[in-house]
Write a protein that binds this ligand. Structure first.
Ligand code: NDP
Length: 361
């Protein structure tokens, strides 16, 4: 029997949208990987990253040709896509045996295409192994920095040393991944974990889309070297630092507040009470716009593209796609918060009228 969420309004354009996205997402990833010039060629998440770095370091010092990885991106992307399909199918079948209480509110419409895409079970587990929690950050994010590193090594082999632009892209994205894995438990309060089922959307996103498309800037730089002067590089570093400051400040403020509202760092902030007993921050970062963390994330996305120059659109793909993703995600979250908090949410929207960019959106 479907849970209470089966009557929830369908998102992503319903079954038709879900079917289209299932074709469109892999097609886009392969199109990007095939773009001209690119075809030539258990502890904490942070501990997993450090362990991977140690193993790769050992491998490279023993002669492992890490740069060769850049020539295997297409076959690896195929394998990751196939894995995501098979994994999603197994998860779909597993959900047939799951109790109604384990199903996600959104992925149980009764339409198999839509439910396969969105995911039926909220947090599928094998014993104590939580598939979604594991996949959300580790394989995709660590795979992403590994591909970036391989591209840097390959550039050094081709041109004698990695370019400044390649160092910046690698450094910025390593900071982002390191930060996500350092704050790994914060993923537990995200929409992906608390609301969305684990189906093709997240499996493909986590295992294939993130490592192969988020590394596009470094892939681009390998085949299109960009001269970058120190003053320009310094400005780009500043843009990334501003983005990171907003992103981390906003996320930490909310996480601290949700964990312990009496924590001295958030106790003085103004709040709105809701009927659920939870409160909403209405000053500090969350009084500036309704999603300050998205704003910081987008500013960083811009900083990751700028080292690639402005002659090609390809390195800006992430910024464009991510803007669309966050605008859509913000609208979904808005809808869910309105359902959860009702009038209190309307009051919050009145007090904080802008969604992501102050005075603009
Ligand atoms: P958020 O961290 O933005 O959380 C939204 C939730 O925060 C709401 O549902 C509500 O939940 C709570 N909230 C909203 N407003 C307030 C307020 N004023 N006071 C207190 N709590 C509030 O969710 P996301 O999962 O979308 O994003 C997490 C991070 O991940 C972001 O930084 C985002 O940029 C990043 N991200 C990155 C992606 C990538 O591919 N690089 C993809 C998606 C996200 P409740 O009240 O129930 O606590």
């Amino acid at each position: 029997m479907a849970p209470q969420g089966s009557r929830a309004p369908l998102e992503f354009g319903g079954p038709l949208g879900a079917a289209a996205l299932m074709l469109l997402l892999p097609a886009t990833m392969f199109h990007l990987l095939l773009s001209p010039g690119l075809t030539l060629c258990w502890g904490s998440g942070f501990q997993a990253l450090v362990l991977t770095a140690l193993l790769v370091g050992l491998g490279v010092s023993a002669g492992l040709p890490l740069g060769m990885l850049t020539e295997m991106l297409l076959p690896l992307a195929w394998v990751a896509t196939l894995t995501a399909f098979i994994f999603s199918l197994l998860l779909y079948l597993k959900a047939l045996m799951a109790p109604a209480s384990a199903l996600a509110p959104g992925g149980n419409s009764g339409n198999p295409v839509y439910d396969f895409f969105l995911g039926r079970e909220l947090n599928p587990r094998f014993g104590s192994f939580d598939c979604k929690y594991f996949c959300e950050l580790r394989p995709g994010l660590i795979g992403w920095v590994l591909i970036n590193l391989a591209l840097l090594v390959q550039e050094a082999e081709l041109r004698g040393s990695p370019s400044l632009a390649m160092w910046l892209v690698n450094g910025f994205q390593l900071l982002y991944v390191g930060d996500a894995l350092w704050h790994e438990e914060a993923v537990l309060t995200t929409m992906d974990i608390t609301h969305d089922g684990f189906g093709f959307m997240l499996a493909f996103g986590d295992l294939a889309w993130v490592p192969f498309t988020y590394s596009l800037q470094a892939q681009f730089l390998l085949y299109h070297p960009q001269p970058l002067e120190l003053p320009t590089a310094s400005v780009i570093c500043l843009v990334n630092a501003v983005g990171y400051y907003i992103f981390r400040g906003a996320n930490s403020q909310k996480n601290t507040f949700r964990k312990n509202p009496s924590d001295p760092s958030v106790a003085g902030l103004e709040t709105i009470s809701t009927a659920t007993g939870r409160q909403l921050l209405v000053s500090g970062w969350w009084g500036m716009v309704r999603h300050p963390n998205y704003l910081g994330d987008l500013i960083m996305a811009l900083a990751w593209s700028l080292p690639c120059g402005v002659s090609h659109l390809l390195p800006y793909f992430y910024l464009l796609y991510f803007t669309a993703l966050l605008v859509h995600r913000e609208a979904r979250d808005e809808q869910q918060c309105l359902q959860k908090y009702g009038l209190a949410w309307r009051e919050y929207c009145r007090r904080v009228p802008y969604r992501i960019v102050p005075y603009i959106y």
